[in-house]
Design a binder for this molecule. Structure first.
Ligand code: LLP
Length: 446
């Protein structure tokens, strides 16, 4: 395959900036991100949703990539942000997101975390446990906050569905720590109503509880599971209605996968995938209308939201690393040592993820003709340190440059200082221009 065929966002050029130029500006390894590619993904989500829902929100799951430049750029698109810790709350606020456009999801939140977010005017909190719900409602009712400024609380349902993905990325089955089983959902609403029934004005103080949240896993390549998930969400909605609560916020989580293997150069696969995913969700949410007809009561301000992470940022970024040297242990075992390692680019060692890679410097023709199945390994002191377990590439030599694709999600955000290595550099490109370069330093000596 001719590497020169790769264009926008992949390979030699990112948004018409040559990668050779990029390497002159930063130390390797480096993440290079096209901000335009990110905005494009957000706009596909938006377009697919706005035709149907008057009120819809996209909360970008910033755990996928929390670089400030990316957050600021996503904020400009009008999207909100999904956070999971007080660190993410502060980074989102620092990047300029309005608190009303922030949703705090996540299992095991600490009290100090949600209090800071509530005091800061957060718009949405997704609750994962009865104890958390009781504490938050008690806090809201005793702190005399204005009713109009309370966050919308959503209970996270565990719909008990089996999804196809890496075991670490499944979050909606019986053996999952996440969310609430339907039986618990029912019990907990009953308990909460009892708890608050003695309080004056109790309907008001329960009023923030008007949402249902669900997120069944990440890197999901099959869309059909979502129709099952939405049916379960609507069962909860019906139960809430019977309890005099009108669920007006449905948060359907994230999870849409990207094709890591067999990536197409212009990212069209992922665009089609987002469109199809949105259509399936939209068609299934229509069932909510039928349900409301049955109730004889309309939920005028229904807001449907999503928390996509990976599908927004994965294909915006390449990870670039330089060859140090090579070694041939046998006719089958070929090692290529690069300057990037598992601490810089952790998905292969964590999930055995196979990101496609290519040599991006020009090689003489005869070198391209000889190919090896390389194990691409880094300088970290363990055998789990590999960036690819089987990459078919030419006869590599010192200073050759290898790019790994689909590197925008859960790569830089999971990088760490293991072996006291410094974090990789980062370069951001917008409208064909480099707008920011970050050359990280070695971690401070404690
Ligand atoms: N909402 C919730 C509640 C989540 O837990 C997640 C991801 C998302 C949204 C965003 O999901 P996405 O659209 O990105 O699939 N480190 C792993 C992925 C962990 C995903 C964690 N939760 C990886 O590298 O594959």
């Amino acid at each position: 395959k001719a590497v020169s065929e790769r264009t926008l966002g992949h390979g030699f050029f990112i948004d018409s900036v040559p990668l050779s130029h990029i390497l002159d500006l930063s130390t390797s390894p480096v993440y290079v991100t096209s901000l335009n590619a990110i905005a494009e993904r957000i706009s596909i989500y938006k377009k697919s949703l706005e035709n149907y829902f008057i009120n819809h929100s996209i909360f970008y799951a910033m755990k996928a990539n929390y670089a400030e430049t990316i957050l600021q750029h996503i904020k400009e698109t009008g999207a909100g942000v999904d956070i999971v810790s007080i660190g993410e709350w502060r980074a989102a606020r620092h990047a300029g997101f309005s608190p009303q456009k922030i949703c705090f999801a996540g299992v095991g939140k600490k009290e100090v975390e949600w209090i800071e977010a509530i005091e800061g005017g957060i718009g949405f909190i997704n609750v994962e446990h009865l104890s958390e719900l009781q504490d938050i409602l008690n806090y809201l009712s005793t702190h005399k906050l204005k009713l109009s400024s309370l966050p919308i609380l959503s209970l996270r349902l565990n719909p008990c569905v089996e999804v196809k993905t890496h075991p670490h990325l499944k979050t909606g089955a019986l053996d999952s720590k996440f969310g609430i089983l339907f039986e618990h959902f029912v019990n907990w609403i009953n308990i909460i109503q009892q708890d608050f029934s003695t309080q004056q004005d109790f309907a008001n103080w329960l009023s923030p509880l008007k949402g249902i949240h669900v997120h069944v896993g990440s890197q999901l390549m099959e869309n059909k599971i979502f129709s099952l998930v939405i049916d379960k969400v609507l069962e909860c909605a019906h139960f809430m209605f019977e309890k005099n609560m009108l669920p007006m916020h449905l948060d359907l989580g994230g999870g849409l996968g990207v094709p890591y293997e067999g990536v197409d150069p212009n990212g069209d696969d992922i665009k089609k995938h987002i469109e199809l995913f949105s259509t399936i969700l939209v068609n299934n949410i229509k069932k909510y209308e039928a349900l409301q007809d049955k109730w004889g009561k309309k939920c005028e301000n229904l807001n449907v939201s999503f928390e996509p992470g990976r599908s927004v940022v994965a294909s915006s970024t390449v990870f670039i690393t330089k060859v140090l040297y090579t070694k041939h242990n046998s006719a089958e075992h070929h090692f290529c040592y690069v300057d990037g390692a598992m601490n810089d680019f952790p998905r292969p060692s964590l999930y055995n993820a196979q990101h496609q890679c290519e040599v991006i410097n020009f090689q003489e023709i005869e070198k391209l003709e000889t190919q090896f199945h390389w194990k691409i390994v880094g300088p970290v002191c363990e055998s789990g340190d590999f960036l690819s377990s089987d990459a078919l590439l030419p006869n590599l030599k010192k200073n050759d440059v290898i790019a790994f694709f689909e590197a925008g999600a859960y790569c830089r955000s999971m990088a760490n200082n293991y072996n006291l290595r410094k974090l990789p550099s980062e370069i951001f490109i917008k409208d064909g221009r480099i707008i920011k370069i970050i050359n990280n330093e070695l971690p401070p000596i404690q």
